[in-house]
Design a protein around this ligand. Structure first.
Ligand code: SAM
Length: 432
């Protein structure tokens, strides 16, 4: 009987890509992927610990898997950021777990599978990265890591602990991976890193803007995206690359976290409100129709109503198209835990509600402004809600569901006339 595996992934795109890499390595070892955990001889949880809630989910899931293990005898491995954070302690807490493997060891699955290591939570200097063994989920899109880890040490954030110090991949390796992805039919490339724009080639010091241009110029890359940029790392070279290449998406996720300079200083975000807005202005001058999105934390220790009002006024001013907001969640070992008076949960909840109400109105107005326009859309597949329609994204990253010839090849670029704006998405009909 061939070995089978089931993998469940929580969290960010980097975790999704880590799961694709683990799945690729397992296939090379002869494992077959299954969609039902009851059919698996190996069950992997690739976990997230960015907020306390995500971490709790992992432990309650492990409780369920304990029962399943009794029935089927499957091996259980915990990967990702909870694995890194808890290490040995995770096995003490859940002794039915067979191994724990952190993000630094994704390229080294063999060691845990062969039983050489039960707890693999170091960050080896030379990390294995098999670019041909990635089980890419989409036929049209490929994620490509360019930098791992984070050196920023924001006072609220667990990422530097769970993903280690920044390590950029060599320029040539990134280009080789993009070429291999394009050769396999992936026309959309998304470059990934916790602070993607801090990229520096370890051999030549070439920066993120230079890499962005080089990737955009590879034949067959129809659309190029990247995630997540840090506002303090935006520079002229990055802005010029975005302005000079029509295939680089006019969408930029630029987490601000708060609109109050006082809170930003205590978060150690390395910019003020004014500096952040100035950065956005520079980008808008080069790429006038850019769609900005952001992340915001409400209820950071010591956040006053006045600080929060400044966050609301910043949202009004920037008019973000998309926004992800979270209540502050204390993370073990991070300095924010000791930084100021905790904000009562009811107050933080109320702030989050008010923030979403404001953003709903802005998003609605923005989506409505697309009515009647014909936009280039990259076809990704059938629409989730109505399989008779196709679905894709605009150059500035809005999802569009549209009527078109169902035989349209995935990955094509079509002109779509926008007829309607729904809650989060646009709707239309292909004109080409
Ligand atoms: N590296 C990116 C950055 O900081 O610019 C994003 C990393 S994180 C995966 C995504 C978002 O989670 C952050 O931008 C932040 O808004 C949120 N986040 C991180 N730590 C948090 C915490 N302790 N409580 C609440 N939200 C948090």
């Amino acid at each position: 009987m061939p070995e089978t595996f089931f993998i469940e992934t929580w969290g960010c795109q980097m975790n999704e890509l880590d799961s694709q890499r683990i799945a690729g390595s397992l296939r090379l070892r002869g494992y077959r992927r299954v969609d039902d955990e009851r059919d698996a001889s190996l069950i992997l949880l690739n976990t997230c610990s960015i907020r306390e809630k995500s971490e709790h989910k992992v432990f309650s899931r492990l409780g369920e898997l304990r029962e399943l293990k009794r029935e089927t005898g499957a091996r259980i491995g915990v990967c990702g950021c909870v694995a890194q954070q808890e290490g040995e302690h995770l096995i003490e807490r859940a002794p039915w777990v067979d191994f724990v493997m952190g993000p630094g060891n994704v390229g080294n699955v063999d060691a845990v599978l062969d039983g050489e290591r039960r707890v693999a939570v170091d960050f080896p200097e030379h990390r294995q990265y098999d670019l041909l063994a990635i089980d890419r989920g989409s036929p049209t899109k490929a994620w490509v890591t360019i930098i791992e880890g984070c050196n920023k040490n924001c006072t609220f954030c667990i990422v530097p602990t769970t993903r280690g110090r920044e390590v950029s991949r060599p320029f040539g390796d990134v280009l080789a991976e993009v070429r291999a992805a394009v050769d396999s039919g992936r026309v959309e490339i998304e470059l990934l890193g916790q602070t993607v724009n801090a990229y520096r080639c370890p051999a030549s010091s070439r920066d993120f803007g230079t890499l962005l241009s080089a990737v955009a110029e590879i034949g067959g890359v129809r659309r190029l995206r990247f995630m997540t940029s840090h506002p303090a790392e935006v520079n002229d070279s990055m802005i010029a690359a975005m302005g000079d290449h029509a295939n680089i998406s006019r969408y930029l996720h630029l987490p601000v976290q708060s609109g109050s300079s006082k809170v930003l200083r205590r978060m150690k975000r390395l910019y003020t409100r004014e500096k952040y807005l100035e950065t956005l202005d520079r980008i808008r001058q080069a790429i006038p129709e850019i769609h900005f999105s952001t992340d915001i934390i409400v209820g950071f220790p010591g956040e006053s109503e006045d600080d929060f009002q400044q966050t609301l006024s910043l949202i009004e001013e920037v008019r973000y198209g998309s926004l992800f907001a979270f209540k502050y969640s204390p993370r073990p070992g991070t300095p924010a835990v000791r930084i100021g008076e905790p904000v009562e949960d009811a107050i933080a909840t109320d702030r989050l509600t008010r923030l979403f109400e404001l953003h709903e109105r802005i998003k609605r107005e923005r989506l409505e402004s697309y009515r009647g326009r014909v936009l280039p859309v990259l076809v990704e597949g059938p629409s989730k809600h109505d399989p008779s329609m196709l679905s894709g994204r605009t150059d500035d990253n809005w999802v569009v569901n549209f009527v078109a010839d169902p035989a349209t090849p995935l990955g094509s670029m079509l002109g779509v006339r926008i007829d309607d704006a729904l809650h989060h998405t646009l709707r239309g009909e292909a004109t080409t």
